[in-house]
Design a protein around this ligand. Sequence first.
Ligand code: 7TS
Length: 417
Amino acid sequence: MENNSNRNLTAATIDFAKVRKDFPILAQEVNGHPLVYLDSAATTQKPQSVINAVADYYRQDNANVHRGAHALSDRATQNFEGARSKVQCFLNAAKREEVIWTRGTTESINIVAQSYLRPIIGPNDSIIISALEHHSNIVPWQIVCEQTGATLKVIKVNEKGEIDLESFHQLLDENVKLVAVNHVSNALGTINPIRDIISAAHQVGAKVLIDGAQGAPHFEIDVQTLDCDFYAFSGHKLFAPTGIGVLYGKELLLESMIPYQAGGEMIEVVSFTGTTYNKLPYKFEAGTPNIAGAIGLGAAIDYLQQFDRQQLISYEEHLLDYATNKAQAFGGITLVGTAEQKTGVMSFLLDGAHPHDVGTLLDQQGIAVRTGHHCAMPIMEQFKIPGTIRASFSIYNDESDINRLFVALEKAKSFLI
Ligand code: 7TS
């Protein structure tokens, strides 16, 4: 369902004050102050159109999909499969069968680890990740290594928080079965050179998984041009509900893979003399899926696609520049992650204060940020810090949010230092 009253036409300049009004949760006070939400890298807020799509599904169409011989089930199935087609367009996947519904990025990566990689990897083989990964793109590969005797190799990251491509090339050889890197780092905001990584990996015959949890919310993704073998993302970081996400995989690879989970929906015929599996994408979708979540994700894609995405990207870049300049002028702030190519994530330390204490004082002033290691402990270890304060920006933020952050930081500073 589209929120026509707030529709912005592609060619027109986006009215960001109107965009903000699309997100009803933002119009509240927290601890006696108007909410400033700067934690979109953890999860984005939801526009009214997404909330309506989920509510409409439960109010009008709720039924199980692909099964019922009745009108509600037909409608639910159409909306659910329609959302899959929207994701296909969103990613520019060649086929809708290449779009698998999952719970989110974490589950998508685990499917690739267990259903694709584990059966084809052995003790002489290796997996490459970077030092800049979220735990979801580290631990599944460590488990595969424990199960198979394969080796996990880690690309170095420089002091700005950028992937060192030379170190990557040194790790690459024909025993590498998979390279798994994020599109954008959640902890530092670095945009990684995934095109170079994909083409170099393919030259030695390795497949590539892109963890797009922080990439899909910001960029137009074209999996065919990228030529990645797998791309994973979560709905909830893209203005959609929690509990829904996507694994894109090239058809031939998905065809070759064993199912991840077994049960209803993923079968063709079940008998005690042998069971055959359903075709793609259902082979990987055992059990009743998150129907409302998928429909909500479809609505979130509709919401995003009413805008000129390039303008959204420029706006987020402007917010990041605005915040970075303020941080540099502030005195006593150390920025962590200063890559040339960054999205709207500002990770920083208030010198002499623990990030958690700063986070608490910001919350008391109505400002939501995340503090800690951001599920990326290895990169924190490299910088020899326990964590950072992370302000992450989205299309519903504006300069006044950033001004409020710095006023609150002044207060925190006078209190703590
Ligand atoms: N990969 C990256 C790069 C992420 O940022 C996250 C979540 C995940 C994987 C896992 O996604 P999930 O939806 O399956 O949980 N990142 C964050 C974060 O930065 N703060 O909270 C969650």
